[in-house]
Design a protein around this ligand. Structure first.
Ligand code: HEM
Length: 426
């Protein structure tokens, strides 16, 4: 049940995908679309002026042929909920507007429309019930304290590598119930897999991605075998039982776990790092958290609005339609600029300000960091819990924390956060 290219046809699609991706970049550059700005050093450092520019151009802005974008809160909110738009274009089978096809994410719930999506999402929900969540909390607390023990006494460290990244990686390994012996390899290859989420950048990248995919599959297959013979009260056990009953295919089982791995690795790390950055760049905010670590959950919520780790998502129109009165021809991909919607001045007061207690006011509109509708992030409660525990513990145990130096940002335009964040402890 290898998941990578499995036939000459799939292998050809894989290679064609890489070249289409190059052609797509070239076309994007030539189109004059303002979205091209996101893919520059400046755009990665601060994408918010580009979001503002898109909004100033109109509620729906045409991009390169076949694409449009919106940074308007109301339209983004509607777009992800509309049933006449989807993550897979039924006319072309293209997923997420992607130029690269054939990766396992395409076959996961993130790349499927109802009814397949509905069937698989129901099966995944087992891992995210309030009961399961409560059971993860103790493990999260322990991991956080262990990570802080490890940096204790150091004058400086990299917050991403020492703290923000290992936490979600450990948590997702716990959630999947990986045997300890497999955790290190899972982490190593999982990070490579996660890096292809934003597209394959070169043949070498594709080769490393294929190797990582193969290794992760082997680890997961061993895990599935283990849970078939020795089931527990956990997500993987319930998924392999469902597979046995024919409720999901072996490929869907694998794709589901690979998605959880990538989602668990690449998002919460940025939420923690973006929160620390915002708290330190906003005068007095870190001190407020240190004075009252109970503000951590609110700080997390405001970070999700102010600097969301997933900056955009995308939907295809199933038929000719309109969005906010703008005609949208069938098969057009509309980019929902989450980062822009979350700073829509028509919805949020002083949107460019990070206000640690903004969400203490129950009337504050919900941000779109976790999208909405059928694909609303299934891991949202877990991500909130991890980030809250992580921030609270940081404020309690390392109150003198200071950001020293500029962060290096991740090279992605979808996933936003620092690749490294040097911090000092005075
Ligand atoms: C701060 C952390 C996170 C952010 C910002 C985030 C964001 C998102 C967004 C925006 C989507 C929807 C994409 C769309 O509408 O097209 C999504 C879906 C999803 N997320 Fe998250 N996520 C986070 C953490 C997690 C974690 C920790 C997990 C699991 C361990 C997870 C699992 C998933 C899954 C399985 C989906 C697909 C849901 C579906 O298609 O039905 N996420 N996430």
């Amino acid at each position: 049940m290898r998941q990578g290219p499995q036939s000459p046809k799939e292998a050809a699609a894989f290679v064609v995908g890489i070249f289409r991706s190059r052609a797509w970049e070239w076309q994007a550059q030539r189109s004059g679309s303002p979205l091209v700005g996101f893919d520059t050093d400046e755009g990665r450092r601060d994408p918010y002026p580009i979001h503002e520019h898109v909004r100033a151009l109109g509620r729906v802005v045409p991009g390169m042929p076949g694409f449009a974008a919106t940074a308007d809160y109301e339209l983004c909110h509607d777009l992800v909920r509309r049933r006449d738009f989807g993550v897979r274009d039924p006319h072309t089978d293209v997923v997420h507007g992607a130029v690269y096809q054939g990766n396992s994410i395409d076959r996961s719930i993130l790349g499927l429309n109802p009814p397949d999506h509905t069937r698989l999402r129901r099966l995944a929900a087992h891992g995210f019930s309030p009961k399961q969540l409560a059971s993860y909390e103790v493990a999260i607390e322990k991991r956080v304290q262990d990570l802080l023990d490890a940096v204790e006494g150091r004058g400086s460290f990299d917050l991403v590598h020492a703290y923000a990244a290992p936490l979600p990686i450990g948590v997702i390994s716990d959630l999947l119930g990986l045997p300890d012996a497999d955790v290190a390899a899972f982490e190593k290859y999982g990070q490579t897999l996660a890096s292809i989420l934003d597209g394959i950048t070169s043949l070498n990248h594709a080769r490393r991605g294929a190797t990582a995919s193969f290794r992760v599959e082997r680890i997961l297959e061993r895990l599935f075998e283990l849970r078939r013979t020795d089931p527990r009260d956990d997500l993987v056990s319930s998924l392999v039982a469902a597979e046995k009953e024919g409720q999901l295919t072996p490929r869907e089982l694998l794709a589901m776990c690979q998605l959880l791995l990538v989602a668990g690795f690449e998002t919460t790390v940025n939420l923690i790092s973006n929160a620390v950055l915002a708290l330190h760049r906003t005068p007095g905010a870190w001190e407020r958290l240190v004075d009252d670590p109970g503000l951590a959950a609110l700080a997390v919520e405001e970070t999700l609005r102010y600097d969301p780790p997933v900056q955009r998502t995308i939907r295809a129109a199933f038929e000719d339609t309109t969005l906010g009165g703008h005609p949208i021809p069938r098969s057009t991909w509309v980019v929902a600029l989450i980062g822009g919607a979350n700073r829509d001045p028509g919805v949020f007061e002083a949107p460019a300000e990070f206000r640690i207690d903004r969400y203490a006011d129950a009337a504050t509109p919900a941000h779109l960091a976790f999208s909405g509708g059928a694909h609303y992030c299934i891991g949202a409660p877990l991500a909130r819990l991890e980030a809250t525990v992580a921030l609270r513990a940081l404020a309690e145990r390392v109150p003198q924390l200071r950001v020293v130096g500029e962060p290096t940002m991740r090279p992605s335009t979808t996933v936003r956060g620092p690749a490294s964040l040097p911090v000092g402890v005075r």
